[in-house]
Design a protein around this ligand. Structure first.
Ligand code: AMP
Ligand code: ZN
Length: 454
């Protein structure tokens, strides 16, 4: 049975979804004012593994990811400039152009890392009405107050702010970084900010009688509510979201719906660090996936590097470790392509793999099980294909695809391509079986069908 570490209870717990056979998850998406750095991407790879493990366990997964294209200020606790407007100034473009450009860049990054796209993408700027309604309802219920600067959530209006979640509330210390200003209490946070500057903001909307824009936390709550309902299974993000962003999401959403808990399982990924320092967009140690590619690193080698670490532990990045991972992945693929055709699968390996991934996504152990199986000749290519549904390393992927195949196999592959184009899944499955019966395995990848001899 799948067990996950729940930040809310600080325990590894069996995963029991709200609705049988279904898993609903919300993952906080990128703030699209710059390229994602490879630390950010670590978080998305961990979430992708989670999603794939859920699927491997037979759950139908509904996965929602937002795009933060407004409202995220340079300080998480409602101070500073809007990151989007700042990005626009930096590049001499409009905030809308910046958002579009970096959203596309992000989608390209995740595709290179073989991260599955969410079931639903949602942009904050496409859900302004939902956010305004959310704030209005909170006001009706007496949870807000207005200052000249915006509409704030009154954290003393609920008995258990911070405790609601049990999320490391000892780290709730924005008071050390934020002046109280007109806020009544140090932890109160902006639901909606008024523009309040002589210069027009590029992203602003008329609401509550003047120009303004949403706070960062409200967008995730409003979109999760819209697409996943009042209660759902899993919410994820990086570890830095625990003390402010997720604590505030919980406070406002549970206040609105009156239902607890809003989310059953909270999962957080630890940081990628360089020399013990967190990789950050504001820091000098900002490395992108493009930088890796320019240095001859395959993005999937970076994925392999990440899977060698446990998502709940900090991972130290270095180019030498990454190069070793690239060699490791190449060796793994070569070993797999050399699997003798008469190999018989051993169920203990399949069991060991499942136990590893179901133990709170223990990918280092899952890789160790795979290596052990390969060394002892206990793994077939079909088993590798199954494991790769979780690992997402394209382990059977060969550069050449339908070339050098016997004519009859090539014909079946071509027919299957057509069947898939016409969404004739029954015929596609029939043709797949015929290909398998003739001694080949077929894998569907973003680059089309990949065929290998069994
Ligand atoms: P952002 O685009 O800044 O909103 O961040 C996107 C995601 O990356 C969030 O879930 C952050 O918690 C996460 N994150 C930020 N820095 C790191 C890091 N150094 N390592 C891993 N995840 C990070
Ligand atoms: Zn969020």
């Amino acid at each position: 049975m799948l067990h996950l570490y729940n930040t809310r209870t600080k325990k590894k717990e069996p995963f029991i979804p709200i609705h049988d056979h279904h898993a609903s998850m919300y993952t906080c998406g990128p703030t699209v004012y710059n390229y994602a750095h490879i630390g950010n991407l670590r978080t998305y790879v961990f979430e992708d593994i989670l999603r794939r493990v859920l699927k491997y366990n037979g759950y139908k997964v509904k996965h929602v990811m937002n795009i933060t294209d407004v409202g995220h200020l340079t300080d998480d606790a409602d101070d500073g400039e809007d990151k989007m407007e700042k990005g626009a100034q930096r590049e001499g473009k409009t905030a809308w152009e910046i958002a579009k450009f970096y959203e596309t860049a992000f989608k390209s990054d995740i595709s290179l890392l073989n991260i599955l796209e969410p079931t639903i993408w949602c942009r904050a700027t496409d859900h302004i009405a939902e956010q305004i309604t959310f704030v209005k309802k909170l006001t009706e219920k007496g949870h807000t107050y207005t200052t000249t600067d915006g509409i704030y959530f009154d954290t003393t209006s609920i008995p258990d702010y911070g405790n609601i979640s049990n999320l490391q509330n000892q780290t709730l210390e924005p008071g050390t970084r934020v002046a109280l200003g007109q806020k009544k209490n140090i932890h109160d946070f902006a639901l909606w900010k008024f523009s309040n500057t002589p210069k027009n903001r590029q992203m602003e909307w008329i609401a509550f009688g003047k120009k303004g824009f949403p706070g960062w936390h409200i967008e995730c709550s409003a979109m999760a509510l819209k697409y996943l309902g009042e209660q759902f299974d899993i919410h994820c993000g990086g570890i830095d979201h625990v003390p402010v962003h997720h604590t505030n999401e919980i406070a406002q959403t549970e206040s609105l719906t009156g239902k607890k808990p809003w989310v059953k399982y909270w999962l957080h990924g630890e940081f990628l660090v360089i020399d013990k320092k967190k990789m950050a967009k504001s820091g000098e140690n900002f490395i992108t996936l493009q930088t890796l590619q320019e240095k001859g690193i395959d993005p999937l080698a970076y994925r392999y590097f990440l899977l060698q670490g446990n998502y709940r532990k900090q991972l130290n990045f270095s180019f030498s470790a990454l190069k070793a991972a690239q060699q490791g992945l190449q060796r793994l693929k070569k070993t797999i392509s050399d699997i003798p055709p008469d190999t018989v699968k051993d169920v203990s390996i399949v069991k060991g793999f499942l136990e590893a991934i179901n133990d709170d996504l223990n990918t280092p152990e899952a890789l160790a099980v795979l290596w052990k199986g390969l060394k002892n000749n206990l793994v077939t290519k079909e088993v590798v294909m199954k494991f790769d549904k979780v690992l997402g390393l394209k382990l059977l992927h060969q550069k050449e695809n339908t070339q050098n195949l016997p004519k009859q196999i090539e014909a079946l592959v071509t027919q299957r391509k057509q069947a898939r184009k016409e969404k004739n899944w029954e015929l596609s499955d029939l043709l797949r079986q015929q290909i398998i019966d003739q001694g080949y395995v077929v894998e569907d990848t973003p680059n089309g069908q990949q065929i290998q001899i069994k």
